[in-house]
Design a protein around this ligand. Structure first.
Ligand SMILES: NC(=O)c1ccc[n+]([C@@H]2O[C@H](COP(=O)([O-])OP(=O)(O)OC[C@H]3O[C@@H](n4cnc5c(N)ncnc54)[C@H](O)[C@@H]3O)[C@@H](O)[C@H]2O)c1
Ligand SMILES: [Fe+2]
Length: 426
């Protein structure tokens, strides 16, 4: 029997310019006490913008006691999560956590929250087969997530992503208890993103929307018992609505936000687009481009993008995801041609010129957008070559949780074809 039920869940949401000035009140309400002790989690780059200190000052003004951890690692690792957890265990106890930053700071706060409230160690909870996939037994502390990038949607989702250094593999912790209690999205905080951060994060929004919109429908999975249901249930009417709207918002603002970061209207639209896409994919799931992104980011040798910390090689998440998106959507086209064409239309693409050419419409629109916002021209520019394809395929195949959401069965040969076609886009 196939599934007949889908689920939808989301955090409380406060959106708008100035919303981050009210966090003290929100924390008092969520923690249930006026003098709550709060752990504020951020990273050094975001700390330098002054936003976290302003949030902390607003909380102190209302009588809250705030301790700041400003050393979250950009693209977190098991070691960086452990560092943050040790800090929080020493400095605690806390009544609530506030995360101010991009996916890196918010994911770090989720891991800290999990280990402050539940027994054991980090690897017990990491997804199998890398970790023990243990489910947290106890509720977490209230977490207020305040994104400063326009990308991940981590303020709405049930996962946190980490790089397990010894295994050179990116994986995550996934459980509904990890979903933040409240997302406070203040577009003013996103204005200072460097252009390449805006470009890479915007591609993350785009792929969240496109992948959840084209994901296997929830009705095509085997029927589950309630206790077996996972937060990512496949495409469904509610997630579809968020994805379509996210694509429309992105089409109207992405190029402008990268070209002119001081354009407040474009920044606000991008913040809405990130939120909408997060609310969608956080329930439907993502598939091939995200599965391929894990080895692309995990096996980097010496690529150092502008706008990101220069002390170590990295491929930022959104950049890693979009690299294989054109080839991935050519691969999945046959599963739902009308959805692929509708997405391209929402992105402003011209219709196919020749009958039968529909498969290339979305990939062409994606390559044009990638080029327009200044992304690298393909995996070759990130340092990968033909000789790396087998290794990348092996890494992507480990992401079975994501590949299971793809609308077509994906083989090792398919993935090799996707990586080869992504070496040079122009
Ligand atoms: N939990 C989820 O649902 C989810 C989803 C997608 C990605 N992720 C993870 O999130 C991480 C990436 O997060 P991200 O793309 O938001 O970027 P990020 O948090 O890694 O930040 C990128 C860079 O931009 C800087 N920055 C952030 N906001 C800024 C601002 N307003 N002004 C100036 N500089 C700013 C940071 O200091 C950092 O150097 C990855 O680890 C990725 O795997 C998580
Ligand atoms: Fe993502």
């Amino acid at each position: 029997m196939t599934e007949t039920v889908f689920t939808y869940a989301a955090p409380g949401l406060k959106f708008g310019r100035g919303a981050s000035g009210e966090i003290g009140w929100d924390v008092q309400r969520l923690a249930g006490r006026p003098d709550a002790r709060v752990l504020l989690v951020t990273d050094p780059g975001v700390a330098a913008t002054g936003h976290p200190e302003r949030v902390a000052a607003g909380c102190r003004d209302r009588g809250l006691d705030v301790v700041t951890y400003d050393a979250a690692h950009v693209e977190p690792t098991d070691a960086s999560f452990a560092h943050a957890i040790d800090f929080a265990r020493d400095a605690g106890p806390f009544d609530a956590i506030v995360a101010v930053g991009g996916g890196s700071a918010i994911d770090t706060a989720k891991a800290v929250d999990l280990l402050l409230t539940n027994p054991g160690e980090l690897m017990d909870y990491v997804n199998a087969p890398v970790g023990g996939a243990r489910a947290p037994e106890h509720p977490l502390l209230p977490l207020v997530a305040v994104p400063t990038t326009t990308g991940t949607g981590s303020e709405s989702t049930t996962i946190c992503v980490l790089d397990v250094l010894a295994l050179k593999v990116k994986t995550g912790i996934s459980h509904e208890r990890l979903r933040p209690t409240l997302a406070v999205v203040d577009p003013d905080l996103t204005m200072s993103q460097p252009a390449m951060v805006t470009a890479s994060c915007g591609m993350d929004i785009l792929c969240h929307a496109l992948e959840s919109w084209t994901a296997r429908p929830y009705t095509s999975f085997d029927a589950k018992l309630p206790e077996q249901r996972v937060p990512y249930c496949g495409s469904n009417p509610i997630a579809d609505m968020w994805a379509e709207k996210a694509l429309t918002l992105l089409a109207g603002a992405f190029r402008t936000a990268v070209r002119d970061g001081s354009d407040a209207a474009a920044r606000e639209q991008m913040a809405l687009a990130a939120t909408f896409a997060g609310l969608g994919f956080g329930n439907a799931g993502v598939h091939v481009p995200h599965a391929c992104a894990y080895p692309i980011a995990g096996r980097v040798r010496d690529y150092r993008p502008a706008g990101y910390p220069q002390d170590e090689a990295m491929v930022p998440h959104g950049m890693a995801v979009v690299m294989t998106a054109p080839a991935a959507f050519a691969l999945t086209f046959a599963a739902s041609p009308e959805r692929h064409l509708r997405a391209a239309e929402l992105l402003g693409a011209a219709p196919a010129e020749a009958p039968g050419a529909g498969r290339d419409v979305l990939p062409t629109a994606l390559r044009t957008l990638m080029r327009d916002v200044g992304l690298p021209s393909g995996l070759a520019e990130l340092g990968y070559g033909e000789g790396d394809v087998d290794d990348l395929v092996e890494g992507a195949l480990k992401q079975q949780r994501l590949l299971a959401t793809a609308p077509v069965d994906v083989t090792a040969d398919d993935l090799a074809g996707v990586f080869r076609a992504s070496l040079e886009h122009w």
